[in-house]
Every structure is written in structure tokens, then in C-alpha cells.
Write a protein that binds this ligand. Structure first.
Ligand code: SF4
Ligand code: F3S
Length: 76
């Protein structure tokens, strides 16, 4: 699944939600997050984000690894 990292916080542009075919990107308050069970790995959200906050899970930078759980746990 794709993951939104902390670069989203304070920006929350929401352009990603306009292009997601699954409607699986949700406002979690401080930032938006992606439901990993609904994401189909299409990648459309990556170029849509003006601050480059979205990554495939395997490419999330090391200092942003906590974002993986932050996205997943919102939907538990
Ligand atoms: Fe939605 Fe595709 Fe981004 Fe997954 S990769 S969150 S399905 S736009
Ligand atoms: Fe956040 Fe970028 Fe989407 S700032 S709301 S991940 S377009």
C-alpha cells in the first residue's frame, strides 16, 4: 500500500483525494492517511501531492517509517 508521511501535516492539500480511484485517502486530523486494505497501489496520489508526502510503503524514508503504522492504525 501507499503511505502518507508527515510532510502532509500543516499542508493537507487534499489533491490526492481527488485522484484516488478507491476513495481510500482520509483526513486523520493532523494529516491525511491511506487505508492500506483499500489501496490498489495505482500510484496516482504520488504526483498529485505538491509536497511529495506520498510513498510506496517499501520506499518510505527511514526517518518516516513511523508513518506506516500511523496510516494503518487509523483504520483499525
Ligand atoms: Fe489511492 Fe492509488 Fe494512492 Fe492507493 S496508490 S491511495 S489507490 S491513489
Ligand atoms: Fe497531504 Fe499531499 Fe494529500 S499534502 S492531503 S498527501 S496531496
Amino acid at each position: 500500500a501507499y503511505v502518507i508521511t508527515s510532510g502532509c501535516a500543516g499542508v493537507k492539500d487534499a489533491a490526492c483525494t481527488q485522484v484516488c480511484p478507491q476513495d481510500c485517502i482520509h483526513d486523520a486530523g493532523n494529516q491525511f492517511v491511506i487505508d492500506p486494505d483499500e489501496c490498489i497501489d495505482c500510484g496516482a496520489c504520488v504526483p498529485a501531492c505538491p509536497v511529495g508526502a506520498v510513498y510506496p510503503e517499501e520506499d518510505v524514508p527511514h526517518d518516516q517509517r513511523a508513518s506506516i503504522a500511523r496510516n494503518r492504525d487509523f483504520f483499525l
